[in-house]
Design a protein around this ligand. Structure first.
Ligand SMILES: *Cc1c(COP(=O)(O)O)cnc(C)c1O
Length: 377
């Protein structure tokens, strides 16, 4: 349990490290002979990159992936020695720290590669690089006109022992639509990119393409390593198939007050809900400052005990209200109110907000404390 976390926090995320381990085991089954890289960028999709990273490695993940050098350095500082790849940095990032910490750097351009080479020369060390090739996502990765000159530059730096070329990777645009021809087009382009690297005398130790969705649905795209993020956290990237994954995050708060309201009384700012009957309400201590979207007002449930209760009136900065009716279950102050875990599920928020569960689990913030359960703790 992180020492800085207040034990009596009202609003908190509880991250189940046994669920992380369970999900990594499912991913390993799907990956076959390929290794599993657990993607722990954005502080482990807001689950805690260090704790999740350790739990994933213990459960058999072989590597960790992050976006930035700073994220990678944080994992190294926590004592994690497994391979770590980062793939999104500007050329002015602190690449020296990354090279010194033996972080593998994904490069998408010659400018970026030269910055890595400068850091390596400064340290008198060899930097490990992975080339990221754009096969059709048209986001990060070397574009077709950049790819060949980038390979030539890598080849030169390898000959100088400034750079160790480890791997080649690319990222899919439509993996959550497994049958979409874009996946096959990207696959074909990736095979061409591997062949082009070999023509430059660059033999990658590893090549990788698959994210969670492809790991679970396209075993033909697994290559040597799969890069799984969202599924590690127990959320399925494929609608209507959970693959046996278990959500690792519980977002919860407490009942701060229980009271009666008379029929005809308005509740919360703007009185957007008027009590249609004499009823009981519970005040929940979590608001939009903590990641409970105001746009959910009046449309979402919390679970207290085994019962779901509907939010009534507006979600405010620090609090919102649910209706208990006759409160036959006997909800009292201090009870835990679950905003999402398995039931309600983050997908319900995603549907209500017209977004994806990735964004939902990234939402808890502000006063939200995080603690862990399970794992070898
Ligand atoms: C975020 C990310 C992943 C993981 O994607 P999921 O859909 O969460 O599995 C893999 N590769 C790259 C390059 C990424 O940016």
């Amino acid at each position: 349990m992180a020492g800085s976390v207040a034990v009596n926090a009202l609003v908190e995320t509880v991250v189940d490290l046994d669920a992380i381990a369970h999900n990594v085991r499912i991913l390993r089954e799907h990956a076959g002979d390929a290794g599993v890289m657990a993607v722990v960028k954005a502080d482990g999709y807001n689950h805690g990159s260090i704790e999740v990273g350790r739990a994933a490695l213990t459960a058999g993940a072989s590597e960790l992936g992050v976006a930035t050098v700073a994220e990678a350095a944080q994992l190294r500082a926590a004592g994690i020695t497994a391979p770590i790849l980062c793939w999104l940095d500007s050329a002015d990032a602190d690449l020296t720290a990354a090279v010194a910490a033996d972080v593998e750097i994904g490069v998408s351009s010659r400018v970026h590669l030269q910055a890595v080479a400068s850091a390596a020369r400064e340290l008198g060390r060899t930097a490990t690089v992975t080339v990221k090739v754009d096969t059709g996502l048209n986001r990060n990765g070397a574009a077709p006109d950049e790819y060949s000159p980038l390979l030539a530059a890598v080849r030169t730096l390898v000959d100088e022992h400034t750079v160790h070329f480890r791997a080649l990777f690319s990222h899919l645009a439509r993996a959550d639509e497994p049958e979409h021809p874009a996946n096959d087009l990207q696959h074909a382009r990736f095979l061409d990119a591997i062949a082009a690297a070999k023509e430059h005398g660059l033999e990658p130790e590893l090549v990788h393409l698959a994210n969670s969705a492809a790991t679970l649905t396209r075993p033909d795209l697994a290559f040597d390593l799969v890069r799984s993020g969202i599924a590690v956290y127990g959320l399925s990237p494929i609608p209507d198939n959970d693959f046996g994954l278990r959500p690792a995050m519980t977002f919860q708060s407490r009942v701060a007050l229980v009271k009666e309201v008379a029929a005809g009384e308005g509740v919360s700012y703007g009185h957007t809900w008027i009590a249609p009957r004499d009823t009981t309400i519970a005040l929940i201590a979590a608001g939009y400052a903590d990641g409970v979207f105001r746009g959910l007002s009046g449309r979402f449930d919390v679970r207290i005990g085994d019962t779901r209760y509907r939010n009534v009136g507006r979600v405010c900065m620090d609090q919102f209200v649910v209706e208990l009716g006759d409160n036959s279950s006997g909800v009292v102050v201090g009870d835990t109110a679950v905003l999402f875990d398995e039931q309600p599920h983050a997908q319900e928020w995603a549907d209500l907000l017209d977004t994806i569960h990735y964004e939902v689990v990234c939402a808890p913030r502000g006063r939200t404390a995080r603690r862990y359960r399970g794992g070898a703790r």
